[in-house]
Design a binder for this molecule. Structure first.
Ligand code: FES
Length: 106
C-alpha cells in the first residue's frame, strides 16, 4: 500500500491507502475522494481527474506528455505541476505523495 494525500481547495487533507498498480484516479474513486469525477473512466479523454502535484513530488511523478498534455488544455488552472490522475500509476516510490485538487474541484 502507498499513502497518498489529496488536499482540497479548502485545505482539507484526505489521506488514502492506494493500491500499487492502479492509477491515482482509480484509488481516489474507490475511496470517494471528492473532486475526482473521472467521467471517461481513465481513458485520458475528459480531464475531470486533474490534479496539481505537490512541488516536492513533481520530479518523482514526472510531467504530462503526449495525449495527456493535449487533454490538459481542456482543464482549468493548468500549471507545470498539472497531471491527469488517471495517467499516474501508484507505485511504492510514490509513498507519501501529495496532490492538490484545483479550485472548482473537490
Ligand atoms: Fe478522464 Fe482521467 S479520467 S482524463
Amino acid at each position: 500500500m502507498t499513502r497518498i494525500t489529496f488536499v482540497t481547495p479548502a485545505g482539507q487533507r484526505i489521506e488514502i491507502d492506494a493500491e500499487d498498480g492502479l492509477s491515482v484516479m482509480e484509488c481516489a474513486r474507490r475511496t470517494n475522494v471528492p473532486g475526482i469525477v473521472a467521467e471517461c473512466g481513465g481513458a485520458c479523454s475528459c480531464a475531470t481527474c486533474h490534479v496539481h502535484v505537490d512541488p516536492e513530488w513533481c520530479a518523482a511523478v514526472g510531467e504530462a506528455a503526449g495525449m495527456e498534455r493535449d487533454m490538459l488544455e481542456f482543464a482549468e488552472d493548468v500549471r507545470d505541476s498539472s497531471r491527469l490522475s488517471c495517467q499516474v500509476k501508484v507505485a511504492p516510490a510514490l509513498d507519501g505523495l501529495v496532490v492538490h485538487l484545483p479550485a472548482g474541484q473537490g
